[in-house]
Design a binder for this molecule. Structure first.
Ligand code: AMP
Length: 658
């Protein structure tokens, strides 16, 4: 067989297997066979790249990243739906329909809580997919949609043009897994599957989207050139015959039947792979739809029934406080187990101290719980008439429940945060930050390695890294002899990074890279910094009162002292890589202009400030020097007008050296 025919055959065979697996949920090809065929196709495509077609299953893993999304105009608008909240409103709707039409049948479907997209096919080939946007113009997310395996790339019928509309979602099990992984990696969690799906579909890099394992249910035929249908049900059957996963639907005749189906759907929601945020009721006959028409935004022939969030009372048995990886204290109510929206609930989120005091939630209270699309239920209200005697307002502890270090309130919010330098709850995050490129830059010690080190209790503080042996590292998963040796060397080399990086690596609140540099060049050694008073620290430009207070508190905490002592014991350098700067720029104001070669603007400014000078953004009579790099513009002219001395980058560098 020639390679072209073989490629064609492989594509067809693999696409068919995909369809069985992803659409029918009834696989008929073993994984290793699938992998073998796919590999063969990849080989042929590598040898004959000109033969790669858009419908090739190899094109679903995500191609090159985009700069931005193109806009796409929808030839048939993607309309919104009128919400209703009660059976009476359903009856009003069917009443309106029956007034306009002699009789009517309705399709009742789950409303998938995801993102609406339009999929366009030309001559049976998927050519474009777009988000809903404002309904008329959306964004071209074709490459991301290709990664959704239940979207067919080619169709059996080769209509000149076909557009279908569906809802993309993240399956609930994928969502929970993703969030578990994010939690382990210390990344922020997605609030619900909808947000996760939206975030994934709007990734410019389709490879990220591919990993998110999105799925789709197609619920409407937008356009099918050369075909006509009488009912919505027929269009869904047709769409299914073309290889799409369609929305489950039932065609019913009366408001009572619709009500019963809505209730049934509501009860079955736990079994669905997607989150359902309502039920949609639509006229089934397409000509009837034409008769009743649409308003500017919504069709008149459909409504979305929104289920009320289920609410149940339960008693607060206790309030427990957990410490997250970033050190934030999160209070949680432990409640008497209660069945709510399909699951047994044993605790509820209390967000933070302000939330608790705002609602005055106390241990012993009976509270009303509700699940509103989020994973953990929330407290809607307290029932004060059921409050037992002797309860007291609840206050979060002022020391960390895990390590006992003091807790501080975030300067910009309601969160309370543990300050412990060796707090076990924050260890993973502290370790990965410590080893990260801009901090101690320890190659080969990423989040996965750190997780194992913690699990095996080989490391309890960042300082323990320096006492690891090659044998210990070799015992970790996916760590060979060579990489263990490299890791040991990388750890040892990091001892000499210098005080500026160390200060940043320690994770003191508000001490970023810039503050690390400023403090290091001002004090020269850790011990000199540790001896500085809060006033001295506050006096440094770029530090300020808040940061100074954080630094002092950190320095005084026993955990920090222990950590520093261990780092010293390990031979980690506590000296600045440059000598302390002194105060030679006191009273001087510098203005930087143009592109400097050796420093970024921020670095140059930090160096000036570390020597007691000021870096300003505009030239005035008060300016002492203007430092002019490549392509300096108006500031240089202004310096000329005001007779202000101008330094080249070299002259400036010499001044820095003193
Ligand atoms: P809304 O955005 O609240 O106006 O609700 C309308 C949206 O529900 C549509 O834009 C679709 O994205 C979505 N939807 C989900 N499932 C269905 C369905 N079975 N029929 C129609 N729309 C649906």
């Amino acid at each position: 067989m020639d390679y072209k025919s073989e490629m064609q055959q492989l594509r067809e065979e693999l696409n068919r297997a995909n369809y069985r697996y992803y659409v029918l949920d009834d696989p008929d090809m073993e994984d290793h066979v699938y992998d073998r065929l796919l590999r063969r196709l990849e080989e042929l495509e590598a040898a004959h790249p000109e033969e790669i077609t858009a419908d090739s299953p190899t094109q679903r893993v995500g191609g090159a990243a985009l700069e931005s999304f193109q806009q796409v105009e929808h030839p048939v608008p993607l309309e919104s739906l009128q919400d209703v909240f009660s059976q009476e409103e359903v009856e009003e709707f069917t009443g309106r329909m029956e007034e306009a039409l002699s009789s009517a049948a309705y399709s009742v479907e789950p409303k998938v809580d995801g993102l609406s997209v339009a999929l366009e096919y030309r001559d049976g080939v998927f050519v474009r997919g777009a988000t809903r946007g404002d309904g008329r113009v959306g964004e071209d997310v074709t490459e991301n949609l290709r990664t959704i395996k239940s979207i067919p790339m080619t169709l059996p019928d080769k209509l000149s043009r076909l557009i279908v509309r569906g809802e993309v979602f993240m399956p609930k099990n994928v969502f929970h897994k993703l969030n578990r992984q994010r939690e382990e990696a210390g990344q922020p969690l997605f609030a619900n599957p909808r947000n996760a799906a939206a975030g994934s579909l709007r990734q410019l890099d389709p490879k990220i989207c591919a990993r998110r394992l999105l799925d789709i249910r197609v619920f409407n035929l937008q356009l099918a050139e050369g075909r006509s249908f009488a009912t919505h049900g027929e269009t869904l059957d047709y769409i299914a015959s073309q290889g799409f996963q369609t929305i489950p639907h039932k065609v019913l005749g009366s408001a009572a039947e619709i009500g019963a189906e809505i209730a049934r759907l509501g009860e079955s929601r736990e079994e669905l792979p997607f989150d359902m945020d309502g039920a949609v009721v639509k006229l089934d006959s397409l000509s009837d739809r034409g008769t009743v028409g649409s308003t500017a935004k919504c069709p008149r022939w459909a409504i979305a029934y929104k289920y009320p969030p289920e609410q149940k009372p339960s008693r607060v048995l206790d309030i427990v406080v957990q410490v997250g990886r970033t050190g934030v204290l999160t209070p949680k109510a432990v409640v008497e187990p209660v069945r709510l929206a399909g699951t047994t609930v044993t605790n509820a989120t209390l967000h933070n101290q302000d939330f608790i005091l705002g609602k005055d939630i106390r241990i012993g209270d009976t509270v009303v719980l509700q699940k509103a699309g989020e994973i953990i239920p929330e407290v809607v209200a307290v029932l004060p008439e059921l409050r037992p005697e002797g309860t007291v307002p609840y206050h979060l502890p002022d020391v960390c429940p895990v390590c006992g270090a003091p807790v501080v309130r975030d300067e910009d919010g309601a969160a309370l945060r543990c300050t412990g330098a060796e707090c076990p709850a924050q260890l993973h995050r502290n370790l990965t930050h410590f080893a990260s490129r801009d901090a101690m830059d320890i190659d080969g010690m990423g989040p996965a390695v750190m997780s194992q080190l913690i699990e095996k209790e080989l490391v309890k503080t960042p300082a323990d890294l320096y006492f690891l042996t090659r044998e210990q590292l070799e015992g970790l998963e996916r760590m060979g002899k060579k990489s263990a040796q490299n890791a040991v060397e990388a750890i040892a080399a990091s001892r000499e990074r210098g005080l500026e990086r160390l200060l940043y690596a320690l994770g003191i609140r508000q001490v970023g890279q810039k503050a690390g540099k400023v403090l290091a060049s001002r004090f020269g050694s850790f011990d000199a910094l540790a001896a500085a008073s809060e006033e001295e620290l506050t006096a440094i430009d770029d530090v300020g009162a808040v940061t100074a207070a954080y630094i002092r508190a950190w320095l005084e905490d026993p955990q920090s002292r222990h950590l520093i002592a261990r780092l010293k014991e390990a031979g980690v350098s506590m000296e600045a890589s440059r000598q302390p700067a002194g105060n030679q720029f006191a009273g001087m104001t510098f203005v930087l202009t143009g592109a400097l070669e050796r420093f970024t603007r921020d670095e140059a400014a930090a160096l000036i400030e570390a020597r007691g000078g000021k870096a300003s953004g505009s030239v005035s009579k008060k300016t002492t020097y203007v430092v002019a790099g490549e392509n300096a513009g108006s500031k240089l002219r202004k310096a000329g007008e005001l007779n202000i001395p101008v330094l080249t980058e070299d002259q400036f560098a010499e001044m820095l050296e003193g």
